[in-house]
Ligand binder design. Sequence first.
Ligand SMILES: Nc1ncnc2c1ncn2[C@@H]1O[C@H](COP(=O)(O)OP(=O)(O)OP(=O)(O)O)[C@@H](O)[C@H]1O
Ligand SMILES: [Mg+2]
Length: 368
Amino acid sequence: MSKNAIVALEGVTKSYGLVQALGQTDLVLDEGEFVTLLGPSGCGKTTTLRMVGGFEFPSTGRILIDGRDTTYAAPFDRPVNTVFQDYALFPHMTVAQNIRYGLTVRGANLSASEVSSRVEHALALVGLTKFADRRPAMMSGGQRQRVAMARAIARRPRVLLLDEPLSALDVKLREGMQVELKRIHRELGITFLMVTHDQGEAMALSDRVVVMQAGRICQIGKPEDLYDSPASPYVADFIGGANLISGTWIGREAGRDRLALGPDRAELLREGQAVAGLSAGAAVLIGLRPDNLHLGDGPNAITGQVVEVLFRGDRIRIEFTPRGLASPIFAEVPRAALKNLQNLGPGSAVTFHIDAGDILLFADEAGK
Ligand SMILES: Nc1ncnc2c1ncn2[C@@H]1O[C@H](COP(=O)(O)OP(=O)(O)OP(=O)(O)O)[C@@H](O)[C@H]1O
Ligand SMILES: [Mg+2]
């Protein structure tokens, strides 16, 4: 483990009978980091979190927390606490009692005055001081979420585990709670390990995001690095979204790849790091992010026919079929860019262009 490591998974796997929920996994979290496990349903996020929390044991490998082998330690015997997705609050207890409960159970050994001061501090941190004597049933979803946070925090864990903490909240509330979560993380200075399948949430909150697919980690990185340099088409599409189009790699000169798009072989020039293992004529996947397609002619122009124009407030989403391609792709442009194109609609001819540095390129493993 590195000097600042607080949690390390070393060669951890988990199987339930014949189902392998998690393949060979190594992951290190540094002290104070906000790390998020991101991936679609069933990819092993909760399984990973539950093993760190001690609610599930690995089939192989080990888990170190603060340098100690805690692979098989009970949940209360590790410096970790969990905020569960359904909050798991006691309905017959007040908010303060819910928070206090975790401080008086086995292994806590705190004096009465320490318990009171921790409850007060936790309530203040989540902004619920005035609600100490309420029951959870008389509170909103967002407030209950805060109670669950306060209860977990009051035990002063070194690592806080959060499983889809905001998924029960409506969109507006969720955005507010994202800001709160970030503030609480900063004020506490402890490590947060969160699970979500919402890429926007993962990007907004995390220092590092762990992208998972079918029981394995496919990439770990800062949000901006995952967005700018996705390691696979899967990550490109999962983080930020990308149109993935089959093409051909013609060659590379002076740091630029020459690419042919679709059967019409419209030529694109890409700037960026070389992709390993390509030879002339190789099948590739070309990734074009909707945001990076700009209306109008220019270098790397792609012309086609509009299928649909979708209003999204200050952004407009345009579905269009590039000439020579069988399926449509998406572009997303600021509303202002449409000012001189009032009549753009289904059937219209349209031209987009993309900066050479914004084109994503992957070897097409399936197209070989
Ligand atoms: N107790 C269990 N017994 C058998 N299989 C399980 C058990 N728990 C999880 N699995 C399986 O392990 C895999 C990973 O499940 P996990 O709950 O970790 O997914 P997840 O990424 O959290 O998904 P979601 O986003 O739906 O919560 C799934 O195929 C799931 O069906
Ligand atoms: Mg889950």
